[in-house]
Design a binder for this molecule. Structure first.
Ligand SMILES: [Fe+2]
Ligand SMILES: [Zn+2]
Length: 472
């Protein structure tokens, strides 16, 4: 059975190889505890962080894993030195080996060291950019000599091209090529995700609109929940269209589409999108017909009419894809390999003609086998199908299996929005749908917009730096 760690991260165990132990690679993460600007704090220590608390929740046939966060070690023994004890030239391997005071060893290829010299002529200190031209590099470059300062621990290397290279010990330690360091850096790009099923309904991820606008810590928690679970319900927002703009301004900017800067979801007489009817909507991701579909969707409930139905259905498509991978790897493979066209054309209310067309596999995995995105929208899947005719029926079999699993009560939740709620969801991961509704009284009005993940993740890292959590 797949380990709980693997469940959480969506990793494909087969790529780890026989005998690999996950804990070997990921049980410990290095996080640097001091600023790394050149020639500052070069003796600072590095605190080891560990994944703590691993809990597996089983609900029906669903497993999700919570916990496992990398937290700074609180006891002083968790600190290790970034001071260099010994340095060796491994000319046979074209690498420099550093032995640290705590016994840890790191190897650095010569060409990488020369490319990443931190002296001001090689690395511009204010634009934080490399000035070395790739064409000027020599892969056969070797150190002629080197010296490590006893006091600072900083390293100088005299290169065979006549240049003197400068490196602080902390900068080097941060950039160790070890599995732990690389995994830590990967998580800075994209933290691990917690997969969920319908049991999340008893503890929905929430945030308070005013706190998020006012407090950095609340904003950071909101973003981390969104990255972790793909879903946050922001409550207590003002009941007017400005609310999602205020929230957006707190992080950055909107991702505009042909529906405009934002869009209102209410019934229209001649709808150009099924969202503007009272019909039920299948579970879907938005704007799949864009090559760069929006990463995040916001839906703000401005007015909730008295009506029957009208709840939003939400599902963690990554969790269900993981279940499919375990249940029927062949079907998972088909859905991750076959490209599917999505299309939408028409005229917007302001007269803008649009004709959007793109192609995505239903489940996109990266080179490690990790699930990156699910793109699914029955309404706007094109009838042109760019696949050999023999594969069509197999694709439908796989698609129907996945679709049935997505709708399983153990996976899907139903949430009826209240006025002032803003549902914020990861449009690559959390699919949404709607029960059809019949109006009794009043109007039902939602106001929505999109964000991109680049903007949100950048905001998270800026906050982590500001709050002293991220040092690099
Ligand atoms: Fe939608
Ligand atoms: Zn230099």
């Amino acid at each position: 059975m797949m380990s709980a760690y693997l469940m959480r991260s969506g990793l494909n165990p087969s790529r780890l190889g026989a005998g690999s132990t996950f804990s070997k690679c990921f049980s410990t993460t290095l996080r640097i505890s001091a600023a790394s600007s050149f020639f500052k704090n070069s003796q600072a220590s590095v605190s080891l962080t560990r994944y703590t608390e691993l809990r597996t929740i089983t609900t029906g046939n669903i497993k999700s894993v919570v916990g496992q966060r990398a937290e700074p070690a609180s006891n002083p023994e968790g600190k290790v030195s970034a001071r260099i004890q010994k340095t060796n030239l491994l000319n046979d391997e074209w690498m420099l080996e550093v032995q640290w005071e705590d016994g840890f060893r790191s190897k650095y290829p010569y060409i990488w060291l020369r490319d990443n010299c931190q002296c001001p002529s090689c690395f511009h200190p204010t634009s934080c950019s490399r000035r070395v031209l790739i064409g000027d590099l020599d892969v056969s470059i070797v150190p002629v000599s080197f010296s490590a300062s006893k006091d600072s621990g900083d390293l100088e290397i005299f290169w065979s091209d006549g240049h003197k290279g400068l490196y602080t010990s902390l900068w080097l330690r941060e950039r160790s090529f070890s599995e732990d360091t690389r995994e830590s850096r990967r998580q800075m790009r994209s933290p691990l995700r917690t997969l969920w099923g319908s049991d999340i309904l008893s503890d929905l991820p929430m945030a308070n609109f005013h706190e998020v606008l006012r407090e950095d810590q609340a904003l950071l928690e909101f973003i981390r929940k969104l990255e972790d679970l793909g879903l946050v319900i922001v409550r207590d927002a003002p009941i007017h269209q400005e609310a999602i703009f205020s929230l957006t301004n707190r992080l950055g900017y909107i991702k505009q589409t042909h529906y405009g800067v934002s869009f209102a979801v209410k019934n229209r007489v001649t709808p150009n999108n099924l969202a503007y009817t009272a019909d039920s909507l299948d579970m879907h991701s938005d704007i799949p017909y864009y090559e760069y579909k929006p990463g995040i969707q916001l839906l703000h409930c401005i007015s909730q009419a008295k009506c029957t139905g009208g709840s939003n259905n939400l599902v963690d498509s990554f969790s269900v894809a993981q279940q499919l991978r375990e249940l029927d790897p062949e079907k998972f493979q088909i859905l991750s390999a076959v490209p599917v066209d999505f299309i939408d054309y028409g005229v917007e209310e302001d007269g803008l003609n649009f004709y959007a067309l793109s192609q995505h596999p239903i489940i996109r995995v990266d080179e490690r086998g990790d699930i990156q995105s699910v793109t699914l929208n029955q309404m706007v899947r094109d009838s042109f199908f760019n696949v050999s005719v023999e594969k069509v029926r197999l694709w439908y079999e796989a698609m129907l299996t996945y679709s049935n699993m997505l709708c399983h009560p153990n996976n899907v939740i139903s949430y009826k929005m209240k006025e002032g709620d803003i549902i914020v969801l990861d449009n690559r991961r959390v699919l949404h749908g709607r029960e059809g509704f019949r109006m009794i009284e009043g109007t039902r009005e939602l106001h929505g917009c999109y964000w991109d993940w680049d903007m949100v993740k950048s905001c998270r890292r800026v906050l982590q730096r500001k709050l002293g959590i991220l040092k690099t």
